[in-house]
Design a protein around this ligand. Structure first.
Ligand code: ATP
Length: 304
């Protein structure tokens, strides 16, 4: 038992038939921090989350949650947003709140008060008497998020919390995750959306083909990757950049590009090579983005 950590996973292994979905996976998560569980499709994120929550059993390994082995009694202390969203379509929004609130041991007046506040926050307060089937997909998703946090859990486990949301609602969910952190809640979430993960995580665990390929604080991870990166904003045909012999790799987004140099000493040569060929509105020495690190790590995995 270790009280500094809300979650301890040791050497988890899970096979589905002849496929190893999770391969010797370990992690420790400190109280009050946000951990981003990142990885490409099929990496093993959902399988790991389901093992944490005792929905499926690992073939081997050890799991400690909230300082002890999982038990039904602790269910009210965490909130889980599953990857497959599913609410009873015929129920009204108010009935959904009551159902899940009562399941988590909340009193009726508490459900009403907190539920309404949260509906307001998510701009769903006018839908209290509507049925789930009358909500749009994004609205239903917001409702699912609301019932995950309704009972004020101390640990939130969110499987792809941003999936299917528009940018405004992604921002809203992101801000609520940060607000929960300020309240002392510990949060684990999985995502592919690196730009959002980057803004909110304290620590990152990257998983590829069931194995952990990266683990640490965001700042440590970024500094390991050095500052050999230049970010440019440009107009024009930038196809030549990847061919320059002092350029190690590029991530091209059309009008923005992250360029990894072999050596930072080459930055002036790079600038000279770009000027005249491209119309540049920005040239900036930068840390690699999490997206760039993700792509590189996933590609390294491909080469294994
Ligand atoms: P995504 O980002 O696409 O949701 P993920 O990282 O959550 O992916 P998992 O859903 O954990 O990945 O899947 C990991 C691997 O385990 C995949 O190869 C998947 O096909 C396999 N898998 C997951 N669940 C099952 C199952 N119930 N039966 C058989 N194979 C499964």
């Amino acid at each position: 038992m270790n009280n500094d950590y809300v979650l301890v996973l040791k050497d988890l292994i899970k096979d589905f038939d002849d496929k190893r979905a999770v391969d010797n996976f370990s992690l420790r998560q400190k109280k009050g921090e946000i951990l981003g569980l990142l990885g490409p499709n099929g990496a093993g994120k959902t399988t790991t989350i389901r093992m944490i929550l005792n929905i499926i059993a690992p073939d081997s390994g050890y799991i400690e949650i909230l300082g002890r082995r999982f038990s039904e009694k602790m269910k009210n202390r965490f909130g889980y947003l599953p990857e497959e969203r599913g609410l009873y379509r015929k129920l009204k929004v108010s009935e959904v709140l009551s159902f899940f609130g009562e399941l988590k041991g909340m009193r009726k007046h508490e459900i009403k008060k907190r539920g309404f506040k949260l509906l307001q926050k998510f701009a769903l307060d006018n839908y209290l008497d509507k049925k789930v089937e009358e909500l749009s997909k994004g609205m239903a998703q917001k409702l699912q998020f609301i019932i995950t946090i309704l009972h004020s859990p101390e640990l939130l486990i969110l499987d792809e919390p941003f999936a299917g949301l528009d940018p405004l609602n992604i921002e809203l969910v992101k801000n609520i995750i940060l607000e929960k952190k300020r309240e002392g809640v510990t949060i684990i979430f999985s995502t592919h959306l690196m730009e959002y993960a980057e803004k909110i995580v304290d620590t990152v665990v990257m998983i590829n083909k069931g194995r952990k390929v990266l683990d640490g604080s965001l700042s440590d991870i970024k500094s390991t990757y050095g500052t050999k990166f230049i970010k440019i904003k440009y107009e024009g045909d930038a196809g030549f950049v990847s061919l320059l012999d002092y350029v190690r790799s590029i991530e091209d987004y059309g009008r923005e590009m992250e360029i990894e140099l072999e050596d930072m000493a080459a930055k002036d040569r790079l600038l000279k090579a770009l000027v005249g060929k491209l119309s540049l509105s920005s040239f900036q020495v930068t840390e690699p983005s999490l997206n760039n690190i993700f792509i590189r790590k996933a590609n390294e995995g491909e080469q294994l």
